[in-house]
Each structure stands twice: as C-alpha cells, then as structure tokens.
Design a protein around this ligand. Structure first.
Ligand SMILES: [Zn+2]
Length: 141
C-alpha cells in the first residue's frame, strides 16, 4: 500500500499550492476510458523511472508539467505497480477535469479517496490498466 505520508510531501510541494477543483466524494466512482482519453489528449505523460525517487515515492503526478512518474525500484509487485499507476491517473483526472476553483482542504482525506478510487477501479475494471499502457506505449518509443 502506498504510504499516505510520503504522498503528503508531494502535495505540500505541488498540488496543495495549486487551486484545483475538488469534486465531492459521491461524484468520484471509478476511472473511465472516456476520462483516460481526455487525460491523454490534454497531454498528460507517464514515465517509468529506473532510479528511486529521492523522496521515497512510488509514483507522483506533477500538475505543472503534466507528468506522471512511476519509480520502478519502489514497486513491489505487478498489482502494486498497477495500483500506483491508477492512483496517479486519478490525480491527473482531477487536475484535467478541474473547472471550479476550490482548494483541497484535507489532503489526507483526498489521498485516501484517491487510493479508494484506484482500488475500486483495479477490482472492477482491471482492463483500464491495459488501456493506459496501450495508449501510452507508442509515446514511449
Ligand atoms: Zn496520491
């Protein structure tokens, strides 16, 4: 399981400084193919890093560069990697779909909801991860 604490540092550094739309939890269900296409079209990139994160992260999303970074040395298993990817794509989705300006007040709660959505997507729609890897495969060549 991804450490919420390590993600906190990231949010303090990146996301919490940016005003983004925070959708109420009841709107957050699962990542969809439709959302992923939009995320892709908006220019979000994913990179797999061979070196560990200096901050000990498994993954992070940087809204300023629209980059998802996955630190492969920290990934413990296939499912761990898949969940990390989904988790970061939920952050990217929230960023891309931001329309109203609302400050994320409770970072811990936001992180927990992000992880819950990643888990739910992974369990109910496992093909989403294949879709992600497929649409980004050509880009990383
Ligand atoms: Zn996170």
């Amino acid at each position: 399981m991804k450490s919420i604490k390590s993600n906190l540092n990231l949010f303090e550094k990146h996301i919490s400084k940016k005003y983004i739309n925070y959708k109420p939890p009841y709107n957050i269900v699962m990542l969809t193919i439709h959302q992923l296409v939009k995320i892709y079209e908006e220019g979000v990139n994913i990179h797999f890093k061979e070196k560990p994160s200096p901050k000990g992260f498994k993954g992070e999303y940087d809204p300023s560069s629209l980059e998802i970074l996955i630190y492969t040395p920290a990934i413990e298993s296939k499912s761990d990697g898949d969940l990390t990817i989904l988790h970061e794509f939920v952050h990217a989705r929230d960023d891309v779909y931001s329309s109203k300006i609302v400050y994320i007040q409770d970072i811990i709660q936001y992180e927990q909801e992000t992880e819950q959505e990643a888990l739910k997507t992974y369990k109910k729609k496992p093909y989403i991860i294949d879709f992600i890897l497929q649409i980004y495969r050509n880009d990383n060549k």
